[in-house]
Design a protein around this ligand. Structure first.
Ligand code: SF4
Length: 155
């Protein structure tokens, strides 16, 4: 209880520091596909997202088979190729790496690169930029947009 009281006092007396990205950050997807392949990882999907994806690829029962999703603890993640790490929905079209379910891609994909792990410090952002050619180019996203993504993603 004493700890909670101390925390409240600090938040009242100290002004909130501006995040390092207060002036906004630039990002436009270049369709490199880098964020959809490579090192093993997880693309988590909710029940609603699974249903939307299933409908979009023609599974009328609203379910995705084990070709597309796998269980990870109590959650589901999209399947990736064991050798390349490619997401099962990553396709190559006209030399571009594109998402076959772009309009219904999961929230985790929609919020890239504005994830907590990339926004902690400017160095974290620069580290993410090493693998993503879209970071620091193109559209300027303001602080509100960035914060909105940061809040809803678990990454
Ligand atoms: S669902 Fe689409 S955007 Fe998300 S990782 Fe797979 S290919 Fe990439």
């Amino acid at each position: 209880m004493a700890q909670a009281k101390r925390c409240r006092q600090i938040s009242v007396t100290r002004p909130t520091a501006e995040p390092w990205y207060a002036a906004g950050l630039r990002f436009t997807c270049t369709q490199s596909g880098n964020c959809c392949s490579g090192d093993p990882g997880y693309v988590y999907v909710t029940g609603d997202e699974i249903q939307k994806i299933a409908v979009s690829i023609g599974c009328r029962n609203g379910r995705l088979s084990s070709k597309y999703i796998r269980k990870v603890g109590s959650r589901f993640s999209l399947v990736e190729d064991e050798e390349t790490g490619d997401c099962c929905f990553l396709e190559t079209k006209n030399g571009k790496r594109v998402c076959a379910i772009y309009s219904v891609r999961p929230l985790q994909c929609r919020t890239w690169p504005f994830w907590k792990i990339n926004l902690e410090t400017a160095d974290d952002w620069c580290r993410a930029a090493q693998d993503c050619p879209g970071i620091n180019t193109g559209k300027l996203h303001d602080r509100d947009e960035i914060e909105a993504c940061r809040k809803v993603t678990r990454c």
